[in-house]
Design a protein. Structure first.
Ligand code: ATP
Ligand code: MG
Length: 644
């Protein structure tokens, strides 16, 4: 272990330079369990990073004795970069998400639960496939696969095994869970939930292993603690039963993942769980101007269920929060794109601007506008609109109708939704297509005529072919109407509607948004050409690009300018959250969004949105009226006036 030398003490001072007294206290407190509980932008993450550097630099711990947990891989990467700029040797700090750290522990101990150390980690798509197979074997409709996957994930968030008494073993979800767990294990695979649960099991069953990790990790630091779930809590508690060496930072006002099993109770209960806790509150916000912060604070004050905090800035009020009403979604995207251009002229970098939306479907209108204006952008944490599975599926149908010899499109949708056209049938079609140098569609027609398949395949394939051909003849249909027919008659939409998961809801919203977009096109050819142009235009964008993302994925980040779009009742707060009585979490999401802004924050809302074929008048979001008027400017005139 290093000793404190004069040089190190110098470094010590260096690292602490510029921190305020409370931050400094949080960094140097090492002998007690520490909770830093404070509002957005007060330097929680900075404290965490500095603390790691401080411990290493002053010899309190070797890098390999420090475990730091971040919320996303991206946050982990950023923290690594910052750390390596402060001290050397940081590569051996265990820094990552709960999942990546548990994967590492599990790889070293996999034999203890009968997995090989080269086990695979499966993603949601694989989970859905596996659950689908099990449902099929049980003779249950596969349509519910996604909702079963969600149920299983929520159980795993609570560390509940299939034999947990709280699970009804006779229910469909319970039965599938048990089979799923056996199956995935026999494949030498684990899902994300397993990563934590298996490690917990290894710790429980092998006290010497647990002890080894307890001895190893002298200090454990956790960012965004308000969004940990029960399993993560149990895992931390095992590694640090009395909280020694534990430092957690978070903000109850930024708890936004309850729908994914996070429990804000973990942070609220912290002091009771760890008796030797010292709580540090940071009150000075270094990120935002006074008006932005004032507006955000006035909004979050409407939540009843919160601890409440003081938060202030150094007196520089900066720009007021600008709220602008748009006529419709198109107009909204135009207003935002124009403001981005204006700010760019005022030398704000594209990379310092972000458009934050509540739901993924909202990105489309912005993507098209940004492309039209030649503004470089990236969609963060989520696929670009036209890259999403459901959008590609629907477009593939339309391409196939327009041009039946488009074999890529044929291959994409011939069995979507599932209609019993499996790999064997596809192999035959491919063979025929190669042999006769014809398209897959032509091969299908030929083989149907010659009766070359078994009866069930004959039936479903010929229904598919007829469906595509009949729509191909309907020149009278607009692309929007045609798309609606595809979604209805193939059952694509009803399958999603019946799933009732957050994911299926998102997909449904995306499809509806595509239907809306299609209304701007009179014929299929123009639309298909438009899509290929849009898809092509997005290539080759460098680093200095506008970020387009959901509010959820903006957590922890900051930008000079933040555009918050779609502040309308039903969009934000989102309908589903209103129905589920989760308004306070929506408000926290609004607070997270606003507090990402350093200098400029803009909110837009549209008076009208087109949903399906109908214009719908939207009410402004209730959150707008909750912003304290002194920090806000309402703008109805043209965007440029504000800056000129
Ligand atoms: P969030 O709740 O959004 O995660 P946070 O509390 O983690 O925010 P940080 O991201 O650590 O806040 O800090 C916000 C900004 O303030 C960063 O740009 C950071 O560099 C800056 N900052 C924090 N503390 C100081 C300080 N003492 N002096 C100058 N800048 C600071
Ligand atoms: Mg942070």
């Amino acid at each position: 272990m290093q000793v404190n030398t004069a040089k190190n003490l110098d470094m010590d001072n260096c690292l602490l330079d510029g921190l305020n007294p409370e931050q400094r206290e949080a960094v140097v407190t090492l002998d007690r369990t520490l909770l830093v509980l404070s509002g957005a932008g007060t330097g929680k993450t900075k404290v965490l990073t500095t603390k790691i550097a401080y411990m290493i630099e002053n010899g309190y711990a070797f890098p390999s004795q420090i475990l730091a947990v971040t919320f996303s891989n991206r946050a982990a990467m950023e923290m690594k970069e910052r750390l390596s700029a402060m001290v050397t040797g940081t590569e051996s700090v265990w820094l990552g998400t709960f999942h990546s750290i548990c994967a590492k522990i599990l790889r070293s101990n996999a034999d203890l639960i009968g997995l090989s150390n080269s086990f695979t980690v499966i993603d949601t798509g694989d989970q859905q496939k596996l659950v689908g197979q099990i449902l099929k074997e049980l003779n249950i409709d596969k349509k519910i696969a996604n909702s079963v996957v969600t149920a299983i994930s929520r159980w795993k968030d609570k560390c509940m095994c299939p034999n947990d008494p709280r699970i009804d073993a006779k229910s469909i979800d319970g039965r599938v869970y048990a089979l799923y767990q056996e199956r995935i294990f026999s494949y030498d695979s684990v899902d994300f939930g397993d990563l934590l649960m298996y490690v917990i099991r290894i710790f429980k069953e092998n006290s010497h292993i647990l002890q080894k990790y307890r001895d190893k990790f002298k200090y454990i630091l956790v960012d965004e603690y308000q969004d940990t779930n029960m399993t993560q809590y149990m895992w931390l508690r095992m590694l640090s039963p009395n909280g020694s060496g534990l430092c957690c930072v978070g903000d109850d006002d930024q708890a936004i993942y309850s729908w994914r099993g996070a429990e804000v109770g973990n942070i609220l209960r912290f002091e009771k769980d760890f008796l030797n806790t010292k709580i540090v509150r940071l009150e000075r916000n270094y990120r935002s101007g006074g008006h932005i912060l004032g507006a955000a604070s006035s909004l979050i004050a409407h939540n009843e269920n919160r601890l409440g905090k003081t938060i202030w800035t150094d007196g520089n009020n900066g720009e007021k929060l600008l709220i602008q009403r748009a006529y419709n979604g198109f107009d909204e995207a135009k207003i935002v794109a124009e403001k981005i251009e204006l700010l760019h002229l005022k030398s704000v970098k594209f990379g310092e601007m972000a458009i934050l939306v509540r739901a993924g479907f909202q990105t489309r209108e912005f993507e098209e506008r940004l492309i039209a204006y030649g503004i470089p952008y990236k969609v963060v944490g989520n696929l670009k609109f036209y890259d999403r599975q459901e959008i590609k599926d629907l477009i593939a149908y339309m391409r196939l109708i327009y041009q039946p010899n488009d074999s890529l499109a044929f291959e994409r949708v011939v069995n979507v939704p599932k209609r019993g056209i499996g790999a064997a049938v596809m192999a035959k079609l491919h063979a025929r297509s190669a042999e006769r140098n014809i398209s897959l569609f032509q091969s299908a027609k030929e083989m149907l005529e010659n009766n070359e398949f078994r009866p069930t395949v004959m039936e479903s394939l010929s229904t598919f072919v007829k469906f595509i051909e009949s729509l191909g003849k309907r020149n009278d249909l607009s692309p929007a109407v045609m798309a609606k027919i595809i979604l209805d008659e193939t059952g694509y939409l009803s399958i999603l509607t019946n799933e009732r998961t957050v994911e299926s809801q998102t997909r449904e919203e995306n499809l509806k948004e595509l239907l809306r977009a299609l209304e701007d096109f009179e014929d299929l050819a123009t639309f298909i050409e438009h899509v290929s142009l849009v898809t092509d235009a997005r290539k080759n964008s460098g680093d200095d690009v506008v970020s387009l993302m959901t509010l959820h994925s903006a957590k922890g980040l900051e930008f000079d300018a933040v555009f918050l779009a779609g502040w309308e009742e039903g969009v934000f707060p989102h309908n589903m959250s209103l129905q589920e009585g989760n308004l306070e979490e929506e408000r926290r999401l609004a607070y997270v969004g606003l507090t990402r802004a350093k200098k400029y924050a803009f909110i837009t809302y549209a008076m009208n949105r087109k949903v399906y074929n109908q214009w719908q008048a939207n009410l402004p979001s209730r959150f707008l009226s909750e912003l304290s008027p002194e920090h806000v400017v309402h703008q109805k005139s043209k965007a440029e006036k504000y800056y000129n």
